[in-house]
Design a protein around this ligand. Structure first.
Ligand code: ADP
Ligand code: MG
Length: 520
């Protein structure tokens, strides 16, 4: 160990004692996206290191660079026991260097035995004898306290055990770096505990573990240090004890706690407390993995879901609209019980939804601006009763003018428009339905400031006209300006609701952070 470190020193490369992995100055771009910019990452031996950041921060990209799935554009990777910068051009090379990865989706073979799964596909050359393989596997399982037998078919084990077998496989390959990318998403509490026990055990054997999770509680339960990424850049590396949850959230969001405490919208509480809810649900749950939640919105109200990216905001509104498969929940629209299990049901109730991922859910690139505007209305009317071209041309022109959509003509394919203008087209599509209740998921993301303000104004105008709007935005300032009630999400659960004087940046962050440190 020491001699190894000394060797690096001689070469002028500093690899500190007790460090197994050092990534320095990593750059990686995709067309149009700088996914990693000058990122450093250090992993010590015998530690559990959380890699944190909102969705899109660059966590997976960093891991894929490390495991040879992506080639880096620049930067160096140093590994204990490897002379000079390590060359990692493929997952196989990463594995040979002792870097093991366990992905969220289990990539083992359910039809094979546990033992076969531990040993399958080893490029070790020497063929193993089956009997010995079983005995060896049992030894490993025992030593790691994994409740499975070598001869058992993997598919008959619980998901948690399957994940542990994946880890056992990694360990037996003598890994020094173990990467767990969101391994706990589909595990129940007990299974998570078992997994944590195994992780702690490995830590005590000197393995360096990189743990990617979006569950804050888990980070504080099991990790030693945290590296935070934001927008492809390193925010910092922290000892767990020196970074209270609230500060972690603030670093992930990139908001300074104190600077933002007094950003408060100028719109007074416009929720008509007495007004009947236009939409109301109890125990709503979809197949997208969010905890069941209650929700309502009144006439003329603008409310919003807030929380870190990935906290379940979009999943909530998708459940409301029936865009994901609804599993339970009793819905009332204007006080009457209704069933909303698919978008068409919601549309018929006067609910409209502008999805977050307009590329995937919203625009039909090859259709013209006019056709894209008319689409939802046509769906409602049924395709056997098409609008005349003259009718649609008139409607399209009206909305192009109203929203100031910059397009050569109504017949231009929508894909030729800028992102902001595409967004306006989709917005026009839903406004045209004159919805009673409009759901806007990130309507202003990636669009210019002018259009942003236009959309915010439009939201408030709709509310003044008695429509209801649920608004989601990653920019909390924007939500504070438009919403009179915020529903706060953490780890796919609704954890709070803020109104009145509580509508502040600080309060949002402390609610997201949870725990005991609301005043930190
Ligand atoms: P995280 O894992 O933190 O959620 P990612 O590393 O997956 O973030 O993504 C970082 C950024 O790089 C995002 O903007 C994402 O859209 C982009 N990105 C990731 N992989 C690719 C890819 N294969 N092609 C294009 N863009 C990508
Ligand atoms: Mg990721």
């Amino acid at each position: 160990m020491r001699s190894c470190a000394a060797r690096f020193m001689r070469k002028g490369i500093l690899m500190r004692d007790g460090v197994v992995l050092e990534m320095r100055g990593i750059y990686k771009s995709f067309p149009g996206v700088k996914a990693l910019r000058n990122v450093d990452f250090t992993l010590r031996e015998g530690e559990i290191h959380a890699l944190m950041g909102e969705n899109g921060a660059g966590k997976s990209t960093l891991i894929k660079v490390l495991t040879g799935v992506y080639s880096k554009d620049d930067g160096e990777i140093f590994l204990r026991g490897v002379d000079g910068a390590a060359v990692i051009r493929s997952p196989q090379e990463a594995q040979n260097l002792g870097i093991a990865t366990v992905y969220q989706e289990i990539t083992l073979c359910p039809n094979l035995s546990v033992a076969e799964n531990i040993y399958i596909g080893r490029g070790s050359g020497s063929l193993r004898n089956w009997k010995k393989m079983g005995a060896d596997a049992d030894k490993i399982l025992q030593s790691l306290d994994i409740p499975a037998r070598a001869s058992q078919q993997l598919g008959t084990c619980s998901l948690a055990v399957q994940q542990m077998v994946a880890i056992a496989r990694a360990i037996d390959m003598d890994c020094k770096v173990l990467i767990l990318d969101e391994p706990t998403s589909s595990l129940d509490e007990q299974e998570v505990e078992k997994l944590f026990r195994l992780m702690r055990d490995l830590r005590s054997r000197g393995v360096g573990i990189i743990f990617v999770t979006h569950f804050l509680d888990q980070v504080y339960e099991v990790c030693d240090r945290i590296t935070v990424l934001r927008d492809g850049q390193l925010v910092g590396e922290y000892e767990i004890g020196s970074l209270p949850r609230l500060q972690l959230v603030s670093k992930m969001l990139g908001k300074d706690l104190d600077d933002l405490s007094d950003i408060k919208g100028d719109r007074e509480g416009s929720t008509e407390e007495g007004a009947e809810p236009v939409y109301e649900v109890q125990g709503l749950q979809s197949n997208a993995g969010i905890s069941p939640f209650d929700f309502h919105i009144r006439k003329g109200e603008v409310n919003g879901f807030t929380g870190l990216l990935g906290s379940g905001r979009s999943e909530c509104v998708r459940a409301i609209f029936g865009a994901d498969r609804v599993l339970s929940g009793s819905v009332k629209v204007n006080g009457k019980k209704v069933k909303i299990t698919k978008p068409l049901d919601a549309m018929k109730q006067g609910i409209a939804y502008l999805p977050e991922d307009r590329k995937a859910d919203g625009i039909v690139g090859d259709l013209s601006v006019r056709e894209n505007i008319i689409l939802a209305q046509q769906v409602l009317k049924g395709f056997f009763h098409p609008f005349s071209k003259a009718e649609t041309a008139k409607i399209a022109k009206e909305y192009i003018d109203l929203l100031d959509i910059k397009t050569a003509s109504a017949e231009t394919p929508i894909r030729a428009l800028s992102g902001g203008n595409q967004q306006k087209v989709i917005l026009a599509r839903w406004l045209l339905m004159h919805p009673e209740y409009l759901i806007l998921d990130e309507p202003t993301r990636g669009i210019d400031v002018g259009t942003k303000v236009d959309i915010q104004k439009l939201v408030l105008k709709l509310a003044d006209e008695g429509k209801s709007v649920t608004f989601i935005s990653s920019e909390t300032e924007e939500m504070l300006r438009t919403c009179s009630r915020l529903i706060v999400m953490r780890d796919r659960k609704v954890v709070g609701e803020l109104t009145g004087d509580d509508l502040t940046q600080n309060k949002i962050m402390s609610t997201i952070a949870g725990g005991e440190e609301n005043n930190a």
